[in-house]
Structure formats: structure tokens, C-alpha cells
Design a protein around this ligand. Sequence first.
Ligand SMILES: Nc1ncnc2c1ncn2[C@@H]1O[C@H](COP(=O)(O)OP(=O)(O)OP(=O)(O)O)[C@@H](O)[C@H]1O
Ligand SMILES: [Mg+2]
Length: 228
Amino acid sequence: MENTGNKRDILTAERVTYAYKTRHQIVYAVRDVSYTFKSGTVYAIVGKSGCGKTTLISTLAGLDLPTMGKVIFDGKSTMELDRDIYRRRDVAVIYQNYNLFPLLTVMENVLYPMQLQRRPKKEARALAAETLRSVGLDESYWKRLPAMLSGGEQQRVAIARAIASGQRVILADEPTGNLDGENSDLVMKTFQRLAHEEGYCVIIVTHDPQIADDSDTVIRMDSGKIVS
Ligand SMILES: Nc1ncnc2c1ncn2[C@@H]1O[C@H](COP(=O)(O)OP(=O)(O)OP(=O)(O)O)[C@@H](O)[C@H]1O
Ligand SMILES: [Mg+2]
């Protein structure tokens, strides 16, 4: 895939290990992973269920701190930067289970991160409308609650919310898992445009070979490690 410059190191995992500790055992979900992600690039992370993809995404997103090693954004470790600000301003996460606010309408869900950023209302609303349309959700959806949508529609609201937030790194956990070919293509085209034209760094966890094919770089994980 062609790129129009705008590539620089933006997010680095430096010897990241993440262990879930329960009373009876320790599960090493991510083991000594080092990788540098660049802006202007779409990455696909692939690998068997349970190999550590979601856990890696959570540490990159600053939702969890690595047990060992560091995640570095723009030169600063997530250990030292203010992670609330990091999550509000720099990284957008699209969760495997969408995490929409059930009591907010579709439009309000997409507006929410922009309200936290105190963007002017009119501008926020225009951007929300544009991104919702870009994922195939026209005005007839905007006043509905998430419960009144299909799984794939909810997924697209979560994607629109992440895109409209303007955060330069998008971390997406199976964002097209519930979408048909046409909608999954629409979402992928949006990610490619954001990366290649606007310099976003898009990291997608996926089981879909087509999404992996359409990404610039494929990262394969196995048993908590990056294997290629
Ligand atoms: N809260 C938890 N406590 C203990 N172990 C966990 C926890 N969450 C995940 N694990 C374990 O960590 C490992 C990695 O899980 P993770 O969710 O990162 O996998 P994944 O690659 O995202 O899988 P999938 O493709 O099924 O979503 C798995 O062995 C899983 O059982
Ligand atoms: Mg997962």
C-alpha cells in the first residue's frame, strides 16, 4: 500500500510482559513483546484465540500497566504520563464488546469523547454526523439507543465514536467481527484513509484474512509473543 510520508515512531512496546495473577496461578498473557508502531500505518494483529491480542491492546491503550517492560507514547512511558489524559486525547479504543453507553443515543455516544475534549458543540455535531455517515449509519439511526441496533450497527457506532474523537492512535479489537463484507470493507477504507491521508496509527486485532490483507503490516502472535 502506498503511503504519503507522515510516518514516524509513535507507540512502542518495550519488552512488555503482562501477567494476570489470580489466587492460584499466574497467566503470562503477553511475554516480552517489543515492537514500534508508526503513524501513517494500518497494522493487523492476528493469532489464535487466547494468544494475548486483547491484553497487548490494553497495555498499549494504557488501560493496564505492563507487569514488566514499558509502553512508550511519543517518548513517554504510560507509567509516567497521565493515563486519563492519554486515553482522552491520544488513543481511541474500540472494544471487542463495543462498550457503548446504553442510556445514550447513537449520536450522544459519538459526541461523548468530543464533549470531554470540550470541542465546540456545532463542530462536534457536524463531525459526528459525518463519521456516522462514513460507516453507513444515516440520520434514521442517530436517535436510537444501542439496544435498538443490531450487533454490527453497534459495532459501527463504536467505530464512528473512536474516529470522531480525533485521537491519533486507534486500537481496535475485532472491529469487523460482526460486519458483513460490504460494511467491513467500508470500515477498512475509513481506517486506510485516516492512516494514509491523515497520519493516524491504526492497530486492528482481527481474525479476518481480508482485513489482514488490506493492512500495511501484519503482526502474528502466538502464546503471548510476536512471532512474525
Ligand atoms: N482477567 C483474566 N484473568 C486471568 N487470565 C486471563 C484474563 N484475561 C485473559 N486471560 C488469559 O490471558 C491469555 C490472553 O488473553 P487475551 O484475551 O489477551 O487473548 P486474545 O488473543 O485476545 O484472545 P481472543 O482472540 O479469544 O479474543 C489467555 O490465556 C486468557 O485465558
Ligand atoms: Mg481478544
